[in-house]
Ligand binder design. Sequence first.
Ligand code: HEC
Length: 153
Amino acid sequence: MKKQILIKYVVPLLAVGMVQLVSAEEYEYDAAKIPPVSSKQVDFVKDIQPLIEKSCIGCHSGRRPKSKYSMETREKTIAGGSSKVKSIVDKKSDKSPLIHFMADSTKDEELWMPVVDKRDKYPKLTPEQIGLFRAWIDQGAKWPEGLVLQEKE
Ligand code: HEC
């Protein structure tokens, strides 16, 4: 099943104080490629944090996160980056770009996460791990108050 999502974003023109539509981006994804949701009761610290730290945080943290997308806090992880599109849709893992990207389900391979040619350093998540991520989102994306993730040396 093919679906299309229209992603629009506006960038404020600071100089003139106007808002202008600069780009309308679209991505197509194949829902059949998204692994099933895990039936497990997910614990963020035990199940999800290690996956983010291993496969995502190296590019999505610090002073210059890729695509201006930081996964250091819950708020930022949900918010998304320069696309200005929320990467997590509340309790809907099947609609969340974060899941579409880690499942390599988008037509555009540049959106596959972790970036394809960096997977020796940042391993792709297994279907079971993506299922856990889905369950985490569907269960409310719980994240301990005040916990900030950082790149591990
Ligand atoms: C090697 C660096 C690298 C790693 C590791 C990585 N990403 Fe990315 N990420 C990028 C780059 C580069 C982009 C911009 C892609 C584009 O727009 O073409 C991006 C964009 C994104 C976006 C879109 C942000 C926005 O709103 O613009 C999301 C969501 C995302 N990554 C999630 C993840 C997740 C989840 C992981 C871990 C499973 C991950 N990334 C691992 C480099 C990385």
